[in-house]
Design a protein around this ligand. Structure first.
Ligand SMILES: Cc1cc2nc3c(=O)[nH]c(=O)nc-3n(C[C@H](O)[C@H](O)[C@H](O)COP(=O)(O)OP(=O)(O)OC[C@H]3O[C@@H](n4cnc5c(N)ncnc54)[C@H](O)[C@@H]3O)c2cc1C
Length: 375
């Protein structure tokens, strides 16, 4: 039976970033690390299906510190980790209708204590970024820092750098059950069993299932489906156009290349953890909302997809040891912000797992907000 210090269930952005950070800690007692991933391709369910943006306001004021603290690593990663940047600045226009000005005030108020650059902008400014709008979307907050994330490159960099640090990543290897006895876990997969000192649940939408199968009281993490569609338009659009995001939560879209856009109806539909697909009705809703704001002609639907976003009850991530089982670690509930927060969140998780104080540059983050103890 192969024996590890730590076994992580799930090779999405959560599991792989945590594995890298753990393996990268000098003088750590946990050097033998393994990730078990049920799919052939890591990132198949949520990580590989994201809308790929980094927005300091997305997820709310309690997520912002994790997002902001991740910005520098994503913008300028250490050269030996990745030779380039994972971010490409785009800006975001958070827009509202004439009868929704309270949403503008709410957003400014919500982030008044956070270090985010936000500007309430005039109609003429909105015209310059989103010309020929239909009807009354005339109020907006400009968020200049919002950027695209190269998610595939980031996820791959975490995996390849973890492998260089001798992390084993075992794909097509489903975690079936785990038992804790005599200070060690026995972890069963269909092909073979493993042993480990610490078991980490980074199973995304399957977090609850994996906890139950480990005989650990599960944290209430629920998966929700989010729909995306790529459209080809009949006209060219400026590729410098920002992310356009409705403050009432009814849609967002961004231009991808000359005449393609990625559009979402910003849906959040409770579902089971599974290989989800988009529903026709949600695509239709997305297109209808899109046509309500701009009169750009749609040539065709290029592709459509849906993915899982998994939330805890208070919509904050869960990072820390289980309250009752001291060798069981939760790293779940990454919601709609798991990519943009991954560098800082994984560093914090690795330090908590190592029972070390959080590094100075992250010490301003109130980690108690993310602790499993809060449930
Ligand atoms: C449409 C959409 C748009 C999004 N847009 C953004 C965005 O713009 N920016 C952003 O930051 N975030 C975004 N997100 C959220 C982001 O994708 C997630 O927060 C993040 O990917 C979650 O990562 P994860 O590793 O927890 O989950 P996952 O990527 O789902 O990884 C969990 C892994 O665990 C594996 N697993 C589960 N059970 C088992 C088992 N029994 N045995 C072995 N393996 C198992 C699964 O197969 C899976 O690969 C978006 C999500 C969606 C769906």
């Amino acid at each position: 039976m192969q024996d590890y210090d730590i076994i992580i269930v799930g090779a999405g952005i959560a599991g792989t970033s945590l594995a890298y950070e753990l393996a990268n800690i000098e003088h750590s007692p946990y050097k033998k690390i393994c990730i078990l991933e049920q799919e052939y391709a890591p990132g198949y369910h949520a990580t590989g299906r994201s809308a790929a943006f980094w927005s300091q306001t997305y997820g709310g004021p309690d997520i912002e510190p994790l997002t902001s603290a991740s910005g520098e690593f994503l913008r300028n990663p250490p050269k030996k980790f990745y030779d380039g940047s994972f971010l490409n600045n785009r800006g975001a226009l958070n827009i509202a209708r004439t009868n929704q000005t309270h949403l503008i005030t709410d957003m400014i108020d919500n982030f008044s204590d956070n270090a985010v650059e936000l500007q309430s902008v005039k109609e003429s400014y909105i015209d310059s970024l989103l010309p020929n709008r239909n009807n009354d979307w005339n109020y907006a907050i400009w968020e200049p820092g919002c950027s695209d994330i190269d998610v595939a490159a980031l996820h791959y960099a975490y995996m390849s750098n973890a492998k260089k640090l001798e992390v084993d990543i075992k794909c097509s290897c489903t975690f079936d059950s785990a038992f804790y006895d005599n200070g060690r876990w026995t972890i069963n997969t269909p092909k073979q069993s493993y042993r480990a000192q610490i078991l980490v649940n980074a199973a995304g939408a399957w977090a609850r299932d994996v906890a139950l199968k480990s005989n650990v009281k599960p944290i209430d993490i629920k998966p929700f489906r989010r729909t995306m569609v790529e459209l080809e338009l009949d006209q060219d659009i400026s590729i410098n156009m920002p992310l356009i995001i409705a403050l009432d939560g009814s849609f967002y879209f961004k231009v991808m290349g000359r005449n393609h856009i990625w559009l979402s109806p910003h849906d959040e539909i409770a579902c089971d953890a599974a290989d989800v697909a988009p529903e026709e009705i949600d695509i239709a809703i997305a297109i209808d909302r899109f046509q309500n704001i701009v009169d750009w002609k749609i040539k065709r639907i290029v592709r459509k997809w849906a993915g899982l976003r998994s939330f805890s009850k208070d919509r904050l991530p869960v990072i820390g040891y289980d309250v009752r089982q001291p060798n069981y670690f939760f790293y779940v509930g990454q919601g709609g912000f798991g990519i943009q927060t991954s560098p800082a969140a994984a560093k914090i998780a690795a330090q908590i797992l190592n029972k070390k104080p959080v590094a100075d540059n992250l010490s301003h983050i109130d980690i108690n907000k993310y602790s499993p103890n809060r449930f």
